[in-house]
Ligand binder design. Structure first.
Ligand code: GLV
Length: 317
């Protein structure tokens, strides 16, 4: 049986499956392993099941034992892994697409609603007590008839688009390539971000973090939006230049932000904490029991498929 290091604790059903599939090395205390600990723990292993909290950069990958043939990431995103370094060392990298699209799209919609309807301020007032209803109390932005720009129209973006359309939003999107009419479902394609941002009353960031998308929301691009737009991010913090967004929120160029992901998680830029109109969540995108089990099972199956068939359906490098 192949010996596999599993860097974070999984839900019990998934750990049971891992025990039946290979010889797992579990992290029973769910300790956050340092890079050197991952290297140490992977001695004698054939593969590693990583999580998005593991920073598998070039240096770490180069120091892994030569017995490691696969890194199976327990996430759809793989910005935590240096894909080229893994490829050069002959290590396959896999992810867990599809199974988390619905759960993540739900959080994407929550971010839009929470930011537009001032949920953070509302929750705080309800807890503080003493609030008084009045005709203009905590007035927010209604979604009906509002234009939603979707940056990255993959599975999560498409699902957010379908739900938002049912809420009466008008959907625009930018993607590397235009989708088929069937997948577009009436959404309007923009072949560049400037054009998309200029019609986005609300933006939902759903694209992967890559060199091309890093800091795509920045000092310059934030000016492309209509005044009072709302920016939400359910993808990765690396896509947003925090200082630029915080400044735009403070100037009210941007009305509100809905964020589930950050640079340097969990140490998000403290500037967000001072902004009342920031609706912020602690990376909950895929956090439902069914989804986390489905993701872990797929991460396990990816390893099993690789060693047993030589195929690697969810390989990303
Ligand atoms: C969650 O953020 C994921 O990439 O799976």
């Amino acid at each position: 049986m192949k010996k596999i290091l599993i860097t974070r604790k999984l839900i019990k059903d998934s750990e049971d499956k891992a025990s039946k599939t290979f010889n797992p090395v579990f992290n029973t205390n769910d300790e956050l392993y340092s890079q050197s600990k991952v290297i140490e723990m992977s001695q004698g292993c054939d593969g590693i099941l990583t999580s998005l909290t593991d920073k598998m950069d070039k240096e770490t990958i180069n120091k892994l034992p030569n017995t490691i043939k696969i890194i199976s990431n327990f996430a759809v995103g793989f910005g935590n892994i240096d894909l080229n370094a893994a490829k050069e060392k002959g290590i396959a990298v896999t992810n867990t697409p599809d199974v988390l699209s619905d759960a993540t799209a739900e959080i994407g919609i929550l971010l839009i609603l929470g930011a537009c309807r001032r949920a953070s301020e509302g929750i705080q007032s309800a807890k503080d007590g003493g609030w008084k209803w009045s005709a203009d109390y905590l007035i927010g932005k209604q979604l009906t008839g509002t234009r939603l720009g979707i940056l990255g129209m993959g599975r999560i973006g498409q699902k957010i688009g379908r739900i938002a359309k049912s809420l009466g939003m008008v959907i625009h999107y930018h993607n590397r390539s235009k989708l088929s009419e069937d997948k577009e479902d009436g959404a309007i394609y923009h072949d560049n971000v400037k054009s998309l941002f200029s019609v986005s009353d609300v933006l939902s960031i759903c694209c992967p973090a890559t060199k091309e998308t890093e800091n795509m929301i920045n000092k310059e691009t934030v000016e492309y939006f209509p005044k009072g737009a709302v920016i939400t991010n359910v993808a990765r913090g690396d896509i947003v230049d925090d200082e630029a967004l915080i400044d735009a929120l403070n100037r009210r160029k941007i009305y509100a932000a809905g964020l589930d992901v950050y640079k340097n998680e969990p140490n998000l830029n403290p500037g967000y904490l001072k902004i009342k109109s920031a609706f912020i969540l602690p990376h909950l995108g895929s956090a439902t029991k069914d989804t986390r089990i489905a993701m872990a099972n797929l991460a396990i199956d990816n390893i099993d498929e690789f060693f047993n068939t030589g195929k690697c359906s969810n390989k990303v490098n």
